[in-house]
Design a protein around this ligand. Sequence first.
Ligand SMILES: Nc1nc2c(ncn2[C@@H]2O[C@H](COP(=O)(O)OP(=O)(O)OP(=O)(O)O)[C@@H](O)[C@H]2O)c(=O)[nH]1
Ligand SMILES: [Mg+2]
Length: 326
Amino acid sequence: MKQIQWFPGHMSKARREVEERLPIVDMVFELVDARLPLSSRNPMIDKILMRRNKPRLIILTKKDLADPEMTKQWVAYFKAQGHATIAIDSKNSRNLNYLADAAKDVMKEKFAKEASRGMKPRAVRVMIVGIPNVGKSTLINKLVHKKVAKIGDRPGVTKTQQWIRIHKDLELLDTPGILWPKFEDYRIGLRLATTGAIKDDILPRDEIVMWALRYFLAHYPGRVQERYGVAEIDREGYEEVLCTIAKRRGALLSQGEYDYEKVYHLVLDDIRSGRLGTYTLEAPSDFTQTEDEAVLVDALAEETISDDAKTAVSQLESVTAEVNHE
Ligand SMILES: Nc1nc2c(ncn2[C@@H]2O[C@H](COP(=O)(O)OP(=O)(O)OP(=O)(O)O)[C@@H](O)[C@H]2O)c(=O)[nH]1
Ligand SMILES: [Mg+2]
């Protein structure tokens, strides 16, 4: 299971490190997960980058796992907000050199100004930022064509820092800025837990699985029916559904009882590994835009999730509050 430690000190240090390093870069590659582009975004990064007047390229990672139609919608959404945006698959792509061109394009006005003042052409200096597990190290490794940044399946493994020259047009800080998602909203927590971006025990696993199965039934119904023989799920019928899946997939304890833990595990594993197909867990239309942030409206979560689960997440709220008011 993925581990992540949400120590307030750890998080505020991460944010400080990002802010400290901003003056030495020209722009930021903001990585978000294509399957949940707003839920996997740090809620403060927008304000930080605007305040520092830093341009960015929004990179939707893991597009190979995401619903292609939804990815198109999300790219259009970010572009409409005025951000250069690209969706990538860093795991299977042979190279991602076109990101250097995209970066140069973002910087073209500033560089033209520099040239008109007689300054020599230079490489674009970039820092990658994103929440844990979004694919920062994988992208860096792909850009430098060899394994220099440590890749791990566990969020938060990256520690040291140096510049890497990719080629004449792009220089990269090898230490990405690690920021945290807005996990105190249980609806966002459900999405992050479904993809495995946060550890499973932040929310009760049965709640994550119920929400995820209902989401898939609402958006990709055929796959759930085909794999698990399940056509609908609600709170009252949930146990029966789990039994159906347990029987179908052989999740039984020695006394012939159903192994619910195993069912939760195998459903989440099917989703995360793509065995239930490509998927995206949110659409631009799931959000309403307030003055300074996009707020998620998730009717499915509201009707699906128990008060216990909501309380579990409220424990995290105090952690975030501490960070925000430091
Ligand atoms: N399928 C797919 N998997 C990816 C992609 N990018 C990253 N991954 C996987 O996502 C997991 C996390 O990737 P990392 O590159 O370690 O993520 P990170 O952002 O550096 O995470 P931390 O260092 O922990 O903050 C790994 O298992 C990667 O193999 C992608 O484009 N497609
Ligand atoms: Mg990393």
